[in-house]
Design a binder for this molecule. Structure first.
Ligand SMILES: NC(=O)c1ccc[n+]([C@@H]2O[C@H](COP(=O)([O-])OP(=O)(O)OC[C@H]3O[C@@H](n4cnc5c(N)ncnc54)[C@H](O)[C@@H]3O)[C@@H](O)[C@H]2O)c1
Ligand SMILES: [Zn+2]
Length: 444
């Protein structure tokens, strides 16, 4: 189903001083595809019989960025971040750091640790301003306050496109700072240091940013790959249990659309993952990030020009449930529910065998996710799917699965069947909590 992308991201970028992307206009034919491009353009540039003149431009840009996992990123002697920054050419580069308040609360020394790192690596970076500590979580995306603060600080600190913005925090803070970094001077190099499970295995490794505007999630945003991602796995130990667990659903999701072997591995790791064992968490986070990167690189649509968005399997209802619960359900928790719901739908629609769906529900259950929420009973299926389609644009293309690791795009959803799938989740919960109902009712 995947096809190799040859327009974006499929080529190795030249490692120039301005590492992060390399670009070339198609005008200089250096190889066979260059010659094709020149021929196409000569044809298109000709005057048409109707008198119009079309000059056709083609620009190819490839992006390359490292995603590094480490522990103790600011610890003296840890080379991970310094190595990444050194790829930015001769320093010191003016740098602005923004740190998630949640992380600072959990480890107050982090601000000083970052400042010490900057002092120890004065040949690479110079903090243009004291680090900004900003409230994390969805609130940071509710308005443009942080985006504006970063834009002003870039100006005040004299940062340019060769400078660095270090964003340390959860997915929400990375999204807001990433937007500011993409806007300032049309793009200042962004180094993401994700500090949550979801940030490290999903949100932090992608090519998008954004804040919520006019009541719409991620309405204002851009596609802008980072300069680098450096994930400190020690940050995960500081997260509340609930946050750590929530991010695991994205690993289940990416396994379901891409990799049956990873799904089987998650089943093996079910007990240690449920107990949030650090080494099981590390393995699943790194594998999940790797699958995300592979998907974005190879699925042919890194900047989502088309309407399909396979990485959003299970997300149409997740987004609606997050809204319905006013954010009470964490994104990852809503995704777990969305995966369970869409898997049952696939069975009812005759696309997926019941045994596979049972495996999926058992894994999600076993990881500690609640597969029912009262908001599911009030979910407006038609409206939620329409709002999902609108954000993607074009015709509806919903990613579903025909097996574990096998995704398919559908253009129609039977809302009645979807409601039945939600009813099955309710029934499953009843059977599990009411001993009189026995356990068979909980099965498919
Ligand atoms: N850009 C993308 O491609 C993409 C993809 C998926 C999700 N997202 C976005 O990511 C956001 C969710 O991110 P998230 O799940 O990382 O949660 P989050 O950013 O909302 O953070 C959750 C909470 O944890 C705190 N926190 C962060 N790191 C901590 C740490 N190490 N220790 C203690 N507390 C810490 C934060 O302050 C916040 O209160 C959503 O806004 C979602 O839209 C973006
Ligand atoms: Zn998600």
């Amino acid at each position: 189903m995947d096809r190799t992308n040859d327009s974006m991201g499929g080529r190795t970028a030249a490692k120039a001083a301005g590492r992060g992307f390399s670009g070339s206009a198609a005008a200089g034919p250096a190889d066979a595809s260059g010659r094709d491009a020149a021929r196409d353009m000569a044809r298109d540039n000709a005057r048409a019989t109707d008198g119009t003149v079309t000059l056709r431009q083609r620009i190819e840009v490839s992006f390359e960025f490292p995603v590094v996992f480490t522990r103790g990123v600011f610890r003296p002697g840890n080379p991970a971040l310094a190595r990444v920054l050194a790829e930015g050419g001769a320093g010191p580069h003016r740098t602005l750091a923004v740190i998630d308040q949640g992380l600072v609360r959990a480890r107050p020394s982090i601000v000083r640790d970052l400042e010490t790192f900057a002092e120890d690596n004065a040949d690479l970076l110079r903090l243009a301003e004291p680090p900004i500590v900003a409230g994390g979580g969805e609130r940071v995306k509710a308005d443009e306050a942080l985006v504006d603060l970063v834009l002003q600080s870039v100006l005040r600190g004299g940062l340019c496109r060769q400078s660095f913005i270090l964003a340390v925090g959860g997915g929400a803070l990375l999204d807001a700072v990433g937007l500011a970094a993409a806007l300032a001077h049309r793009g200042v190099r962004l180094v993401r240091l994700p500090s949550t499970v979801l940030g490290q295995n999903d949100a932090g490794v992608g090519v998008k940013n954004g804040v919520n505007r006019f009541g719409r999630k991620n309405y204002e945003g851009t596609f802008a790959p980072p300069f680098a991602v450096v994930s400190d796995l020690d940050f995960l130990d500081l997260l509340p249990e609930r946050e750590r667990r929530a991010g695991l659903s994205e690993a289940v999701k990416v396994a379901l659309i891409r990799d049956a072997a990873f799904f089987a591995r998650l089943e093996e790791l079910r007990a240690p993952l449920a107990a949030l064992d650090p080494s099981a968490l590390e393995e699943s986070v790194i594998r999940c990030a790797d699958l995300h990167l592979t998907h974005i690189r190879t699925a042919g649509d890194p900047f989502e020009f088309g309407s399909a968005r396979p990485l959003d399997f299970g997300h149409w209802s997740a987004h609606a449930l997050e809204e319905l619960t006013g954010g009470e359900l964490r994104h990852g928790e809503a995704v777990a529910l969305g995966l369970a719901l869409d898997s049952l739908y696939c069975v009812l629609a005759g696309m997926l065998d019941a045994a596979s769906a049972e495996r999926i529900l058992t894994l999600l259950d076993g990881l500690g996710f609640a597969l029912w929420h009262p908001a599911l009973a009030t979910l407006d299926v038609e409206r939620s799917i329409e709002s999902f389609r609108e954000h993607l644009g074009g015709r509806l293309q919903l990613s579903l699965i025909t097996g574990i690791g096998r995704r398919v795009e559908v253009e129609r959803v039977d809302a009645g069947l979807m409601r039945r799938a939600a009813g099955m989740l309710a029934e499953r919960l009843r059977a599990a909590t009411d001993p009189a109902a026995g356990t068979t009712g909980a099965r498919l």
